[in-house]
Design a protein around this ligand. Structure first.
Ligand SMILES: Nc1ncnc2c1ncn2[C@@H]1O[C@H](COP(=O)(O)OP(=O)(O)OP(=O)(O)O)[C@@H](O)[C@H]1O
Length: 194
């Protein structure tokens, strides 16, 4: 069993990492899915009302609410898959939830790139889909994510990927992590033991 969580500021490459994992047959659970499911369960529109419901979940059940609700989804995928990727972790409190649930089977990966590199990539991504990222500036999004506790979450990572090279190089790094070929310092003994 291996649960890999990714953290990183907007445009760092979390979505790319999730795509690479899916292509490798690894199920991806995103915190966004949890919020959209809850929004639908409350009879609201997942496309419009997810921000409101994310806030309501935290107000009603505390800062770990969304991570806690993702646990049954993750456990369900682990019944049929050795590895699951969790996308969208945003705070140290959420990291606590996964470390408590999965102990040494949990690896937190921080994906990092400088502001200018992320800004350029988000700009390119916007052009691909024909729209900007909701009109909110990257600096404002960074600020909002940091407000949730992203810096704390990133500081807890045991694997750090500098996503400053080519897309292909990044894909290779992610593939090696999801295939369990990268040593995060926690699994060394298990790997050495045949
Ligand atoms: N190494 C790279 N080289 C070139 N482009 C990249 C690289 N890594 C990511 N990208 C591109 O940069 C953009 C941002 O990456 P991605 O969507 O994965 O970020 P994210 O962390 O999911 O951001 P957000 O939190 O805003 O959704 C995407 O268009 C992605 O394809």
């Amino acid at each position: 069993m291996h649960v890999i969580g990714t953290v990183g500021l907007p445009g760092s490459g979390k979505g790319e990492a999730a795509t690479v994992a899916r292509e490798d047959g690894i199920p991806v659970v995103t915190m966004g899915d949890v919020v959209r499911q809850e929004t639908a369960d409350r009879g609201l529109d997942p496309a419009k009302d997810h921000g409101k419901v994310a806030q309501a979940l935290r107000d009603e059940n505390g800062p770990a609410a969304i991570a806690e609700r993702s646990l049954p989804m993750i456990e369900d995928r682990l019944e049929t898959h050795e590895t699951v990727l969790v996308d969208g972790i945003r705070s140290g409190t959420e990291v606590d939830v996964f470390e408590e649930a999965f102990n040494d089977a949990f690896t937190l990966v921080s994906i990092e790139a400088p502001f200018e590199v992320r800004a350029e990539r988000i700009d390119e991504r916007g052009r691909d889909v024909g729209e900007a990222d909701g009109g909110e500036s990257l600096a404002a999004r960074d600020e909002r994510e940091r407000g949730f506790g992203m810096d704390d979450a990133m500081a807890r990572a045991t694997v750090v990927i500098e996503n400053t090279g080519s897309l292909e190089a990044f894909h290779e790094e992610i593939r090696s992590i999801v295939r369990g070929e990268t040593d995060d310092g926690k699994h060394a003994e298990a790997e050495a033991d045949p």
